[in-house]
Design a protein around this ligand. Structure first.
Ligand code: SF4
Length: 434
C-alpha cells in the first residue's frame, strides 16, 4: 500500500508531516511521491495565508477525479484548514474520507482503520490534544531535525489564525527535549531547529522552571550537535540573554528570524504585536553589537487594514535601517475568526500591490548588497542536497542560513565543508569547494 503526503505552510506543519509519515509507515504504508499511484492521500494544510488555502481548493478537483477512478483510495485532510473548517470540508466535498485536526495526529491510524472497516466519512477535530509521542517522526533528512519545544500560541496577533487552530501555548518538558536531542545526536544528526510559534516564551507553565535561554544553554552542551537554530522569535520576548548565549556558544547558529510585520507603531498596535519600532531597533542593535556576523531575517505584512502610505514608508525605513538578509513579505489577507477580520480595509488592492513591489525591490537590492560582501571569503557549509541550479550542483547552508550552490556530488550530503564564495544573487550564493 502506498501513501502520498503533501505539506503546506510553516516548519511546524513540516514537522507534523514527519510525524504523520512515521505513523503511516508503522501501519505498513510506503511513501510515494506520485499521487496517481497512492492508496492513501493526505493533505496537511495551512490556513495562515490565502495562497495556501487556495492551494487546497486547487487540489480538490484532482482529488475528486482520483476518487471517482478508484473509490478505495482514502483521502484525508489534516492541518490548520481541517482544524478551522472541521465538518464543513466533508459537507462541501463528500468524497473526502477523513478530516483530522492539528491535535489529532496520533489518532490517524485508528481513523484510517475505522474508515476502511466501512461507514461514513469521519471528522475528528479536538481543541487541546497533547501527543506524548510528539518526537516520533520519520525525518526527511538523516543529518538535521526539527525539534518542537512549544505547541500553540497565546499572543493573539489580531491578523493571525494560529492561536485558534493550534490552541494555547504549551511547553514540552526540558528533560524530554534534551533526551530527544541526545538520541538524535547519537543517530548522526548534527543540526537541530527548535520549533515553536514563539520560542522565546518557552517554559511558561512548566513545573520544572526553565526559560528559553536556559534551554538553549543545555542544548548547546550536546557537543555532537554542530548547529542549533530556533524558529520563530517574537520581538516582545526576545531577551538580551539570548544574544549573550549566541555570542558565547559556538554551536548556536548566527541567524535570528525576527518578524517585524510593520515599521509603524500605529499599525503594530492594531496588529496587537506588543512592541514598538524603537523596541525592535534596540533588539537589532544589541544583536549587531554582540554578534556582528549574525544574519537577521524577517516577515512583513503589507496593506494591513487602515495602513496609510506614511505607515508603509515607516516600514521601508525599518528595512533600510536594519538591512535584513532576507524578508518574507506578504500582502495582508483577512482570516475569518480573527480580530482584524472585522477591521475596515479601505486600501485598494492596486495600492497594496504597488507598495509590495516597492518593498520587494528595496529588499532584493539590500539582500544582494549583503550577499556580495561574502564573495572571496570561505565559509562552512552544511550540504543539504542537490541544487536546482544544474546537474552536478549541490546546495547547502552557511551557519547564517544563506543558501550556497556549488559543484559537487551526492556523497557530500550531510557533511559540513569549507566553500569559497565566488558569486552572489539576492537569494543565494555561488561557491567552490575549498
Ligand atoms: S505570535 Fe502572533 S503571528 Fe505568531 S503565531 Fe502567535 S498569534 Fe500568530
Amino acid at each position: 500500500m502506498k501513501a502520498y503526503i503533501e505539506t503546506s505552510g510553516c516548519q511546524m506543519n513540516e514537522n507534523d508531516s514527519e510525524r504523520i509519515i512515521y505513523l503511516f509507515e508503522r501501519e505498513g504504508y510506503n511513501r510515494t511521491r506520485d499521487i496517481e499511484k497512492s492508496d492513501l492521500i493526505i493533505l496537511n494544510t495551512c490556513t495562515v495565508r490565502e495562497r495556501a488555502k487556495n492551494r487546497l481548493y486547487g487540489h480538490i478537483g484532482n482529488l475528486k477525479r482520483l476518487k471517482s477512478k478508484n473509490n478505495d483510495i482514502l483521502i484525508c485532510i489534516g492541518g490548520c484548514i481541517a482544524q478551522n473548517l472541521k465538518e464543513r470540508i466533508i459537507e462541501d466535498f463528500p468524497f473526502v474520507d477523513i478530516v483530522f485536526g492539528t491535535h489529532n495526529i496520533a489518532e490517524l491510524p485508528d481513523l484510517i482503520k475505522r474508515k476502511i472497516a466501512g461507514g461514513k466519512s469521519i471528522c475528528s477535530v479536538r481543541d487541546d490534544g497533547y501527543d506524548p509521542d510528539i518526537f516520533k517522526v520519520k525525518r526527511e533528512y538523516d543529518f538535521k531535525a526539527y525539534v518542537p519545544i512549544t505547541i500553540g500560541c497565546d499572543n493573539y496577533c489580531s491578523y493571525c489564525i494560529v492561536p485558534f487552530v493550534r490552541g494555547k501555548e504549551r511547553s514540552i518538558e526540558k528533560n524530554k527535549i534534551i533526551k530527544n536531542i541526545n538520541m538524535l545526536a547519537c543517530g548522526g544528526v548534527i543540526e537541530v531547529t527548535l520549533l515553536g510559534q514563539n520560542v522565546n516564551s518557552y517554559g511558561k507553565g512548566l513545573d520544572d522552571k526553565c526559560t528559553f535561554p536556559q534551554l538553549l544553554e543545555e542544548v548547546s552542551d550536546i557537543k555532537k550537535i554542530r548547529r542549533i537554530r530556533f524558529l520563530t522569535s517574537h520581538p516582545k520576548d526576545f531577551s538580551k540573554d539570548i544574544t549573550g548565549i549566541m555570542k558565547r556558544r559556538k554551536n548556536l547558529a548566527k541567524h535570528v528570524h525576527l518578524p517585524l510585520q510593520s515599521g509603524s507603531n500605529r499599525i503594530l498596535k492594531k496588529m496587537n504585536r506588543l512592541y514598538s519600532r524603537e523596541d525592535y531597533l534596540n533588539i537589532i542593535s544589541n544583536i549587531k553589537d554582540n554578534i556582528p556576523d549574525c544574519s537577521i531575517t524577517t516577515d512583513i505584512i503589507i496593506g494591513f487594514p487602515g495602513e496609510k502610505r506614511e505607515d508603509f514608508v515607516k516600514t521601508l525605513d525599518m528595512v533600510k535601517k536594519v538591512r535584513f538578509a532576507r524578508a518574507f513579505t506578504f500582502i495582508y489577507s483577512p482570516r475569518e475568526g480573527t480580530r482584524a477580520y472585522k477591521f475596515k480595509d479601505c486600501i485598494p488592492m492596486k495600492d497594496k500591490q504597488k507598495w509590495f513591489r516597492e518593498l520587494l525591490d528595496i529588499q532584493n537590492m539590500i539582500s544582494l548588497e549583503e550577499n556580495k560582501k561574502f564573495i572571496g571569503h570561505k565559509f562552512e557549509v552544511l550540504v543539504e542536497g542537490r541544487s536546482k541550479k544544474g546537474t552536478c550542483m549541490m546546495e547547502g547552508r552557511m551557519e547564517n542560513n544563506t543558501v550556497v550552490n556549488f559543484r559537487g556530488s551526492a556523497g557530500l550530503i550531510g557533511k559540513i565543508l569549507s566553500v569559497k564564495i565566488t558569486g552572489a544573487k539576492s537569494f543565494y550564493l555561488m561557491g567552490k569547494l575549498d
